[in-house]
Design a protein around this ligand. Structure first.
Ligand SMILES: C/C(=C\CNc1ncnc2c1ncn2[C@@H]1O[C@H](COP(=O)(O)O)[C@@H](O)[C@H]1O)CO
Length: 258
């Protein structure tokens, strides 16, 4: 081993690994990262999407894990403040806060805005889980804690994971999608003791009739599945059903007024 050979023997440390001589790479990892002029097609490839999906879960879990007891409120994105469902959703938001819950919505307009407004004005925690849509609507003004999602399925996980129950007001296909996902999760035992309250007897009656007269009659569902949702026009009653279901979740009852 000559002195010359020893001097030529360059060394490169890569974390815990030491490379010497011809093993030393021509560039460092940082250089390769920062100097890269390669095409960016990988941005649109599935492995990169997987990382973005993971990042959304991390962001959602990180933001909501310490929220405390919460209930999600769903309903039409299209109604204006003079619609009866808007007033009802405001009352739901406020009543849920008075019962000790944070209120989670999709963070958009209509029923979502009304429920966030009711919650915020009652002094509670008002959460909006927004979704990236081709037409941007942004979070409504009454959201205090907002998380925006690219992926519907990640956002849906958050609603279920951080809610003790769902309150569903009149709405269109988005609302029905959220409602039937919850019903499916309860029916298949993926979630237990999860109250689903439908507000607005008149709006929901034809759907519930069809479920009984067609789905049940054709043997597509079981008799007990009819009990997976309860309907009322009385906001206070709906909120009471959610509070009463706490015991089934093994959660401590709320002390009234606290
Ligand atoms: C269509 C309009 C706004 C869209 N903005 C939305 N922002 C957040 N969440 C939304 C939005 N639209 C639908 N949702 C989700 O679906 C439910 C309402 O859908 P529906 O078809 O109106 O019933 C709602 O609970 C949200 O979670 C108006 O300009």
């Amino acid at each position: 081993m000559t002195e010359r050979w020893r001097q030529d023997r360059r060394e490169h440390r890569k974390g815990a690994v030491t490379l010497r001589g011809e093993r030393v790479p021509a560039s460092t990892t940082d250089q390769r990262l920062l100097d890269s002029r390669e095409p960016a097609d990988w941005l649109h490839a599935d492995p990169w999407r997987v990382l973005r999906i993971q990042a959304e879960f991390v962001e959602g879990f990180g933001t909501l894990a310490e929220l405390g007891p919460a209930v999600s409120v769903f309903g039409s994105a299209r109604i204006s403040p003079d619609h009866p469902s808007y007033r009802m959703a405001e009352q739901v938001g406020a009543e849920l806060v008075r019962a000790g819950y944070a209120v989670i919505t999709g963070g958009g307009p209509g029923v979502m805005e009304a429920a966030n407004k009711g919650a915020a004005e009652a002094g509670g925690t008002s959460v909006g889980l927004g979704i990236e849509l081709p037409f941007e609507t942004g979070l409504n003004d009454y959201v205090d804690v907002g998380v925006n999602f690219r992926y519907f399925f990640v956002r849906k996980t958050m609603f279920v994971k951080y809610s003790e129950g769902f309150v569903v007001l009149p709405g269109g296909v988005g609302t029905l999608d959220e409602l039937f996902e919850a019903i499916t999760l309860v029916q298949t035992g993926k979630i237990t003791s999860f109250p689903i309250v439908l507000l607005g007897n008149g709006f929901w009656a034809p759907l519930l009739d069809w479920i009984r007269d067609t789905l049940l009659a054709e043997g597509m569902i079981a008799e007990k599945d009819l009990e997976l949702v309860r309907t009322t026009d009385d906001v206070a009653e709906g909120v009471r059903w959610i509070v009463e279901a706490r015991a089934g979740r093994g959660a401590a009852p709320f002390t009234p007024g606290v």
